[in-house]
Design a protein around this ligand. Structure first.
Ligand SMILES: [Zn+2]
Length: 187
């Protein structure tokens, strides 16, 4: 698929599976796609918020993974980033930080969790526990976490295959492999 096309992908309103096919069919890692369709939220704009969080985490000296919780209409409920290093808290992942910052919600049925990296088991459990129906990941090449498990359990997964997300984390892992291994629970 050519990468130079700046045309947003327009998909039929009800074709969630088609959307997944479209995304999984993009094998070119240089491709950053923008999806703007009326029935689907603007996933790239949502990911940009998570990416900002990841960059902020890096500036603070932490693991650059960011996340945000939105309503499907694009309303931002909460945003956050991994604070393992900053807070000396191994349970402060990007997803949990965003989730906590969103505060109590009556329902998660119309929410979208966006994260720069595929979620670990712990955060996958959070998505499942609270019934967050849609998960947008910046990338899943660096780490797959519980992505397949979530997919099998009915969570809609959108993998944006973002080179920006991959590069940001990749540089950090190269510079501080021991902190990364600690973060994913590897000895
Ligand atoms: Zn996690």
């Amino acid at each position: 698929m050519p990468c130079g096309s700046s045309q947003p992908q327009r998909l039929p309103p009800t074709s969630k599976s088609l959307l997944r096919e479209n995304l999984s069919g993009l094998n070119n890692p240089d491709c950053v796609i923008t999806i703007r369709t009326t029935p689907h939220p603007d996933y790239q704009a949502m990911l940009d918020v998570a990416l900002e969080e990841a960059r902020q985490g890096l500036e603070e000296g932490g693991v650059p993974i960011g996340a945000a919780l939105f309503r499907r209409d694009g309303t931002l409920l909460g945003r956050g980033h991994n604070r393992r290093v900053q807070d000396n808290d191994p349970s402060a992942h990007g997803e949990t930080d965003a989730f906590r910052n969103a505060g109590r919600q009556r329902s998660y049925k119309d929410t979208v969790m966006v994260t720069t990296l595929a979620p670990c088991w712990y955060c996958s459990g959070l998505v499942k526990q609270f019934g967050i129906p849609t998960l947008v990941v910046g990338e899943s090449r660096t780490f797959q976490g519980g992505l397949e498990w979530l997919r099998e359990n009915g969570t809609e997964i959108i993998d944006m295959r973002s080179q920006a997300c991959e590069e940001l984390l990749g540089k950090f892992i190269a510079a501080q492999p021991e902190v990364w291994n600690e973060d994913i629970g590897e000895e």
